[in-house]
Design a protein around this ligand. Sequence first.
Ligand code: GRF
Length: 217
Amino acid sequence: MSRKRVAVLISGRGSNMAALIEAAKDKSYPAEIVLVLSNKADAGGLVTARDNGIATEIVDHTQFGKDRVAFDAAMQSKLEAHRVDLVCLAGFMRLLSPGFVDLWQNRMLNIHPALLPAFKGLDTHARALTEGAKIHGATVHFVVPEMDAGPIIMQGAVAVRPDDTEAALAARVLAVEHRIYPSALKLVAEGRVRVVDGRCLIDGVAVPDAAALVPSA
Ligand code: GRF
């Protein structure tokens, strides 16, 4: 079976992108990273991508003013030019237009640093600490027009420690992100994930909670 052609969309340091690139170095991995696209020319992850010999493209959102549809269309033409099958958002800090999201229905993944549907949006680790959450983590999900929603493919959990700082908690969650994103993309690239009634079935079954959790290291 040919490997799926994946674009990773980033806005910043790109550590999740790097985890996907590392996983895809294994020739038996069912996806290859063919493009890293950023809305920011100074995104640190672009350097990592280039160092790994991966094509990069920049679509600068500031060139499009408030016109999200035109920005998304410019990204779409890059994705088509690179014959992309699947898109992974990895710290990509732009809201996407519903039309663009529809084009990639069940073919665009995102990673969010919280156990969705808890703590959508920004500052998830600080909010988890403030709210006294005992369990926190990360979620890989398919992208739908609503932000940080969409069928959950995989989650990984960490215990919140009584003396945790935002930075310490963020670092443990990030380590989980780097494990679950390649695992989730693998399942999708192998065609093992199907969305039925807004939920992901893996190999035809709803994944039980215990199996979906990746314990913290
Ligand atoms: C990660 O925490 C990811 O979950 C969130 O943005 C952060 C990006 O980090 N969406 P990186 O650029 O992958 O290092």
